[in-house]
Design a protein around this ligand. Sequence first.
Ligand code: 6GU
Length: 237
Amino acid sequence: MKKTKKPWTAHILTLFPEMFPGPLSFSIIGKALKEKIWSINLINIQNFSKKGPKYVDDKPYGGGSGMIIKSEVVHEALKKTIKKIKTDYSIVYLTPKGKKLDQRRVKKFTKKKNIILVCGKYEGIDQRVIDAWKMEEISIGDYVLSGGEIAAMNLIDSCVRLLPNTLGSSKSLDSETFQNNLLEYPQYTKPRNWLGKRVPEVLLSGNHKKIKEWKEKESIKITRIKRPDLLKKVEKR
Ligand code: 6GU
């Protein structure tokens, strides 16, 4: 597929650029990368330390464990990155202290052509550079990872699959989990009878109206059991 327009691009500021594209080079996301539906721009934070690559971090003021990435190196890396893109970007800092990533935020990140992902390592980065650039702080869940890279991959995967042309059929997005804040209904394939467990009869009926009703009912039922918090979100709308 020939593309003249610039693709959706993830600009990744990291101390470990070798980690990318890593898992993002497989399956539909990897195929979309090859087809230039999206692209990756890696920026090694180490290259922006004036004193050399060993001096990107230092001990935290006030004491405490670990090392903090300096404002200056992140600032210089960001300046260079933004000089190239100019407009239409979000700056995201991946941190367990951020707002939790959900499908609504994922969608929002696909609306801009560029996303700049700042990956921290160690205990984090100096607060002043986060504030100075008004970075959007995003977490992928209430648990702690050793660094932002795997969280960044997570975010990229969830964005890229929503880009036009990534999925063969955009229809598969209509009924999927989190669409309308519901979990998806259960799915079945051949054989009809597996170890005595039968596929629900209605799915074999060919009655499209009945099937649609069953799917909606099952979606609500399963959401009520597994994620009642999502239904509360629907009621609030
Ligand atoms: Cl975005 N980063 C790190 N280091 N840990 C996390 C996270 C992000 N989201 C959840 N845990």
